[in-house]
Design a binder for this molecule. Structure first.
Ligand code: NAP
Length: 466
């Protein structure tokens, strides 16, 4: 059987990894009679946009994840092809002609929009573009965010919001040891931002970030957490019956709000922490306020909310009161959104997912999905791992149970290659990516960084001799 995985982010790699765990003879045994063991093989193909998220969105701490994916890419039963945009360079029906099964794992490349006045003013950025900018994604290199103000406001209480707050407030010497690009380092070195508010429309029990990311923020050197103890009154008992992760997360917020931070003691001794950050709750963005000349953002008006219901499903209802907050930088970090890929693939635009059951795309046998496009842009990498294993398992069951018909032979990448060739598209291989990886690591070494990312696609192509 030949399987194609579209997307080379965590979902695509975990799906491929799980499929490849099954030895080829086991698969063949499941199809005894139609598929003699020695002829059965499982080439698994990951077609991706420019390296997918192999560059850019993986933090240095994910090195073991990268190692696992590299192992998968090196499997003799797996081939990687990058620089291919499915839906444009090759269609999903064409892929389905070439393979027995196709798995869509292309993630969420759009972001939710606020839909409020002033959202497009200079000084307002989407979190996605901002993260892409400091992570070296080619398409975000022109962002050049204006960091000349003292107060930044991040809308949303998710992990991306915390990531951005950390980047904005990290001491330069820490940032220098990461793989964020040289140009963003230079911009952050001149940044005047010293206060970051993270604003959520619901309460502390509904925050979407997770404990590890919050702890990293709390422990950030030189940045003081400003949490209002009043926001956490009575929460200890309210969280008693919550899930363990929610309980631990809430306890950490309460502890941080109540304890006098070390920096506060330092402040008392006359050496204030230079930077601070805080969480604001039950405030829903209403309008980004323009400066007097109307040329940029100067603040934000927020509707105060009360919560209706409890737990995860509590709804934020405006009370009628509003509050204005001055800030020169607004980052909208309210979540990502998947886009439809091909008219031949069903898509639920309301939920932003491909309708599926355990990864089997509804109404299209032989088509599967995993990751954010399957369940929405939620959860941490382990969630994506489990979700991708679940899809791979469905596919393997369909193979072994004979639901997937593998009797007609499929050409696999040979067919795709000729289609791409006729359209002037030149895919890149995993060893091509490794050449770029090596060049980035070598450049980084000189600067004492894990890597210096190459942000110009033309330069990447030059390195691999395309
Ligand atoms: P997210 O976790 O979905 O958080 C979005 C936040 O925006 C929520 O607080 C949400 O509040 C708020 N929001 C949504 N619509 C809003 C609106 N119209 N007005 C005001 N607030 C609104 O999204 P994310 O932070 O972009 O993260 C995306 C995914 O990547 C998550 O699964 C995250 O865990 C993952 N991620 C993980 C890591 C990591 O593992 N280290 C790092 C980065 C990202 P409500 O709850 O009220 O809707």
């Amino acid at each position: 059987p030949r399987v194609c995985v579209v997307g080379s982010g965590p979902a695509g790699f975990y799906t491929a990894q799980h499929i490849l765990k099954v030895p080829r003879w086991d698969l063949a045994a499941g199809r005894a009679g139609t598929c003699p063991p020695r002829e059965a093989s499982l080439p698994c193909l990951a077609l991706s946009r420019f390296w997918g998220s192999l560059v850019g969105s993986w933090p240095c701490s994910s090195q073991n994840v990268i190692n696992t994916f590299t192992q998968t890419a090196h499997s003799e039963r797996c081939a990687y092809y990058g620089n291919v945009t499915v839906g444009r360079d090759v269609t999903v029906p064409e892929l389905r002609q070439a393979y027995h099964a196709v798995v869509l794992s292309y993630g969420a490349e759009d972001n939710r929009v606020l839909g409020i006045p002033g959202e497009n003013l200079p000084g307002v950025y989407s979190a996605r573009a901002f993260v892409g900018w400091y992570n070296g994604l080619p398409e975000n290199q022109d962002l050049k965010p204006d960091l000349s103000c003292e107060t930044a406001l991040i809308l949303g209480h998710g992990n991306v919001a915390l990531d951005i707050a950390r980047i904005l407030l990290s001491p330069l010497q820490l940032l220098r040891k990461t793989d964020i690009t040289d140009s963003s380092l230079a911009a952050l070195a001149c940044s005047k931002v010293k206060r970051v508010w993270l604003v959520g429309r619901r309460g502390p029990l509904q925050v979407a970030f997770t404990i590890k990311e919050l702890r990293e923020m709390i422990n950030l050197p030189g940045a003081r957490a400003v949490l209002d103890p009043a926001d956490f009154t009575g929460l200890e008992s309210a969280v008693k019956d919550a899930s363990r992760p929610r309980k631990r997360l809430t306890e950490l917020m309460i502890k941080t709000a109540l304890e006098k931070p070390v920096e506060m003691q330092a402040a008392a001794a006359g050496a204030a922490a230079p930077r601070e950050w805080g969480l604001k709750f039950q405030r829903s963005p209403q309008e980004v306020l323009p400066s007097a000349d109307g040329r940029r953002a100067r603040g934000i008006r927020m509707a105060l909310t009360r919560l209706e219901g409890s737990g995860d499903s509590a709804k934020a209802i405006p009370t009628g009161d509003v509050e204005e907050l001055e800030c020169g930088l607004v980052l909208s970090s309210i979540g990502y959104r998947s886009l439809p890929l091909d008219p031949a693939v069903p898509f639920d635009s309301q939920r932003g997912v491909i309708p599926n059951s355990s990864g089997r795309v509804e109404g299209v046998p032989g088509l599967y999905c995993s990751g954010w496009v399957k369940r929405g842009p939620t959860g941490v990498i382990i969630t994506t791992m489990n979700d991708s294993f679940d899809t791979a398992q469905s596919l393997l069951e369909d193979l072994q149970g004979g639901v997937l018909d593998i009797s007609p032979s499929r050409e696999g990448f040979g067919l795709v290659e000729s289609i791409l060739h006729s359209r002037g598209v030149r895919p890149v291989s995993f060893s091509d990516w490794e050449k770029i990886d090596a060049a980035e690591v070598a450049r980084g070494k000189a600067a004492g960084k894990p890597r210096e990312k190459i942000v110009d696609p033309a330069e990447m192509l030059r390195i691999i001799g395309h």
